[in-house]
Ligand binder design. Structure first.
Ligand code: PMP
Ligand code: GLU
Length: 393
């Protein structure tokens, strides 16, 4: 008899983390691999944030447990952030902090889903949503968005996916992996539909500050009082502040939902590491100038790499509006090289071009491949040059 639970046996490892680990292992063997796998800023955490963390260690504040749901000062900092970027402040009982937006998502699903409850997740979508819902015996209901609609779900598609078991929908804008942003009108239509059917909205806004070339992010929770109440905002500092390693995520929602998430945090991880909380306070309330410098660097990389990638034979790519991924359709490229499976194609690029990318399969996109441009310009240019040479061979 197997010792492992059905839960674990049926689960997939995160394909993004697996692809990155594989690239690192090959590099450690001495292979000249360029890795464009992980969605992780290549910048070091800004110095003011480092200093705040160091002083919390030195003055002894970081030595102790904090409230499981997070430091009151951090909740206040998040409220200020919400006021600045969402247009509304929140009391402390509407904020919870935990170990990365990834765990916040898991705890939010655990708070809201009973076995058999359905969560509508438009695809392509980030790799962890579907497995997290499954881990909790929820039912992920996915459907393909179209490239013609910039990979965005329509109300008609959502309505077709709705049943009397639908509990919530997942919205991720700007999207990982597509980089697309829902417009205010689109969000209003989706919001009205959700309100009409009393379906909760889980809004993963983690890339909301990483938008380029004049594109703007609109938060669905900021559209009306009713939508604010209907939405669980998930956000964090990983991407905007170059703080992936610190593992800071937060949720903003109605007090009852926040109390549920906090209960799960209190019985699983306890508080998010205290030093990370002090760092996050400085990130959210301190000098913001490095944020714009990093955003501009991503924008410049996108504007340089996008046209180069579009020239690769068989690669068809829509220009993303935010986040830091390119998500070309490689159906023609696969046919040119005799592949039918995008994971095999991704592996061939790794073996022959020595460039590590992430297969679209994990995002529910069998014809796409993901390239993260959160890497320095030279690496990006060389990686695209290698991919092009591979396709031309
Ligand atoms: N949501 C999306 C869409 C992401 O791409 C990521 C990537 N890490 C996360 C949530 C989780 O972020 P973190 O756990 O680093 O806060
Ligand atoms: N979210 C990033 C990515 O998609 C980091 C890895 C992960 O958490 O999936 O690459």
């Amino acid at each position: 008899m197997t010792k492992l639970s059905r839960r674990v046996l049926e689960m997939e490892e995160s394909v993004t983390l697996a692809a990155s680990a594989r690239a690192m292992a090959l590099k450690a063997e001495g292979r000249d691999i360029l890795s464009l796998t992980l969605g992780e800023p290549d910048f070091v955490t800004p110095e003011n944030i480092q200093d705040a963390a160091l002083s919390s260690i030195k003055n002894g504040k970081a030595s102790f447990y904090t409230a499981a749901s997070g430091l009151p000062e951090l909740k206040d900092a998040i409220s200020t952030y919400m006021e600045n970027f969402y247009g509304y402040a929140v009391p402390r009982n509407q904020v919870v902090v935990a170990t990365g937006a990834k765990f916040i998502l898991y705890a939010a699903f655990a708070t809201l889903i009973d076995p058999g409850d359905e969560v509508i997740i438009p695809t392509p979508c980030w790799v962890s949503y579907v497995d997290q819902v499954k881990m909790l015996d929820g039912v992920p209901v996915t459907f393909q968005t179209t490239e013609e609609n910039d990979f965005k779900a329509t109300v008609a598609q959502l309505e077709a996916a709705r049943t009397d078991k639908t509990k919530l929908i997942l919205l991720n804008s700007p999207s990982n992996p597509t980089g697309m942003i829902y417009s205010r009108d689109e969000l209003e239509a989706i919001g009205n539909w959700a309100l009409e059917h009393d379906i909760l909205i889980l809004a993963d806004d983690i890339y909301g500050r990483l938008v380029y070339n004049g594109n703007e992010f609109t938060a669905i929770s900021s559209l009306s009082e009713a939508l604010r109440k209907q939405t669980i905002v998930v956000n964090g500092v990983s991407k905007t502040y170059a703080m992936t390693g610190w593992r800071v995520g937060f949720a903003v929602a109605e007090p009852e939902i926040i109390a549920g998430i906090a209960k799960i945090v209190s019985q699983t991880t306890s508080n998010l590491t205290a030093v990370s909380q002090y760092a996050a306070i400085e990130a959210l309330t301190g000098d913001q100038s490095s944020i714009e410098i990093m955003r501009q660097a991503f924008e410049e990389r996108l504007n340089t790499i996008y046209p180069l990638l579009a020239e690769v034979p068989g690669f068809e790519v829509i220009k993303p509006q935010g986040a830091f991924y390119l998500f070309p359709n490689v159906k023609k490229a696969m046919a040119m090289k005799g592949f039918t499976d995008v994971t095999d194609f991704t592996n061939a690029i790794l073996e022959e071009a020595q460039v590590a990318l992430v297969t679209g399969a994990g995002f529910g996109a069998p014809n796409n491949i993901r390239l993260s441009y959160a890497s320095d310009m030279e690496t990006l240019k060389e990686a695209v040059r290698r991919i092009k040479a591979f396709m031309e061979k």
